[in-house]
Write a protein that binds this ligand. Structure first.
Ligand SMILES: [Zn+2]
Ligand SMILES: [Zn+2]
Length: 194
């Protein structure tokens, strides 16, 4: 199963996820309401269906087994959450679905390391395959997400052209993180001082 959070019906809905099984069935999971549209879930309300369990793993609401290899999981995670349904891979076991979890101490360092106090949007900003380029206009950056959407972030105005109505979307956060880390030029076009 693959869990998708930024395509089609769930593109702009933070609590909605699409779970695509290896047979190609696609179910909409609403984590806010605790619902899934699969027959299993609708007919047996007391049961948490496998799609909801899978999403819970992916978004970190369930603890990661201690044996899980954190680095390998992180590599796969970005791919899976942003992958297009047509490229969904067959179920490779639990490993591909496990994401970061606050209860696990991570050894990663660097600007995109996920800290335990990061909120969910900041985690996504760090974790997803987002490309940031400086646009040679004061404060403007072009952000390309793994789903190939391109947005323009104005770091001075704190605005982004994406439809996320959060005060600071993940694109804005990612640009901010990359500027602080010296990965892209500062808003004035110069590289940060070392
Ligand atoms: Zn289900
Ligand atoms: Zn945005």
């Amino acid at each position: 199963m693959s869990v998708l959070d930024s395509v089609g019906r769930v593109r702009n809905a933070p609590d909605l996820y699409l779970v695509v099984s290896s047979s190609g069935s696609e179910y909409l999971v609403d984590m806010a309401e605790g619902r899934c549209e699969c027959p299993d879930d609708s007919h047996r309300p007391s049961v948490t269906c496998k799609h909801r369990r899978r999403v819970a793993f992916v978004i970190g609401e369930r603890p990661i087994p201690e044996w899980a290899n954190q680095d390998a999981l992180d590599d796969q995670f970005g791919l899976h959450v942003e992958a297009e349904p047509t490229r969904a891979v067959p179920d490779g076991g639990v490993a591909q679905a496990i994401a970061d979890n606050n209860s696990v101490t991570r050894s990663d360092s660097g600007p995109l390391a996920i800290e335990s106090h990061d909120d969910p949007r900041t985690k996504r900003a760090k974790r997803e395959a987002i490309d940031v380029s400086f646009l040679r206009k004061p404060g403007r950056y072009e952000v390309q997400s793994a789903s190939d959407s391109v947005y323009e972030v104005d770091i001075l105005e704190e605005t982004c052209s994406c439809p996320d109505d959060a005060s600071r979307c993940k694109h804005l956060r990612r640009v901010d993180i990359e500027i602080r880390a010296g990965l892209v030029p500062r808003p004035d076009g110069r590289l940060p001082e070392a």
